[in-house]
Design a protein around this ligand. Structure first.
Ligand SMILES: [Zn+2]
Length: 277
């Protein structure tokens, strides 16, 4: 069985301490939370940065300190920085890419979010992809919609993306794609058709759907994302005590379904990444 890569999305741009006091906001909290999640079994950290008041930031200096801290405390862990549109506008979204993280998230199309349009205009998508190519950064394609998978295939075909795209299916964002098993299976079939039977993919579910998508991914040969960016609870009445606690839920699922958990070195090989710095 292919080992399962667990990605922990530690902070995001929305959850606040008022939602769950364990949401890491400062860089030192983020490094500590990532370290616990790493020890629990996560091999990728997906990160946003925040200002001291909790508002989203895209400050490259903050990203640099976070990357440095994770690399120092979590040897080999894959650092994935967010270029998502909630943390900045236009090219500020990619201002941290010269730091050459292992990976960065890349949205290749637009859709609705709970209270706004998630804008990813073609010229900005192309600029972000070109920056990732220039700095040898593997994009993770955020598929909020089926068309985003086809857009990734087009970008691979004309050289805007290098290598096999690593697609993440995002389900359960209000006003975007809901959690739907038939669509999920069609997403998998589409990735295999466009990128080959062995193309890796991962999945993320929002809120209470996090565990559903974790289970679907673990049992379908995919990789799994968890963490407080997407969900701050263990169940309806219990707040997650840490990102590590959410990672442990996925580790338990893997054990139950005979999937080994990928080490950082295995995850790097599966995704075609360079060796750890
Ligand atoms: Zn994110």
């Amino acid at each position: 069985m292919t080992p399962c890569i667990i990605c922990v999305a530690i902070t995001g741009s929305l959850p606040q301490k008022s939602d769950n006091p364990a949401v890491p906001i400062s860089i030192s909290e983020q490094v500590e939370s990532t370290h616990e999640a790493f020890e629990a079994g996560a091999s990728i950290v997906h990160a946003h940065v925040r200002n001291d008041d909790g508002s989203p930031s895209s400050d490259p200096e903050k990203f640099a300190r976070l990357k440095e801290g994770v690399e120092a405390h979590c040897p080999g862990m894959i650092v994935q920085l967010s270029t998502g549109g909630r943390s900045g506008a236009g090219k500020t979204r990619g201002g941290m890419l010269p730091l050459r993280p292992d990976m960065a998230s890349l949205s290749v199309g637009s859709n609705n979010f709970p209270t706004r349009v998630y804008e990813n205009p073609p010229d900005l998508v192309d600029w972000l992809a070109a920056e990732m190519l220039a700095h040898d950064i593997k994009p993770e394609i955020e598929a909020f919609d089926l068309s985003h998978i086809f857009q990734a295939a087009k970008m691979q075909a004309d050289g805007r993306l290098a290598g096999t795209p690593y697609v993440q299916f995002v389900m359960g964002v209000r006003n975007a794609m809901p959690v739907d098993r038939e669509v999920f299976d069609f997403y998998i079939a589409t990735v295999k058709r466009l990128f080959g039977a062995n193309a890796p993919w991962c999945a993320a579910g929002i809120g209470a759907h996090q565990l559903t998508l974790n289970e679907w991914a673990v049992t379908s040969g995919g990789h799994a994302r968890t963490g407080m960016e997407d969900n701050v609870r263990l169940d309806r009445t219990t707040l997650a005590p840490s990102n590590a606690a959410l990672v442990r839920r996925v580790v338990d699922l893997c054990a139950r379904h005979d999937r080994p958990v990928a080490t950082p070195a295995q995850a790097r090989r599966l995704l075609g990444l360079r060796a750890a710095p």
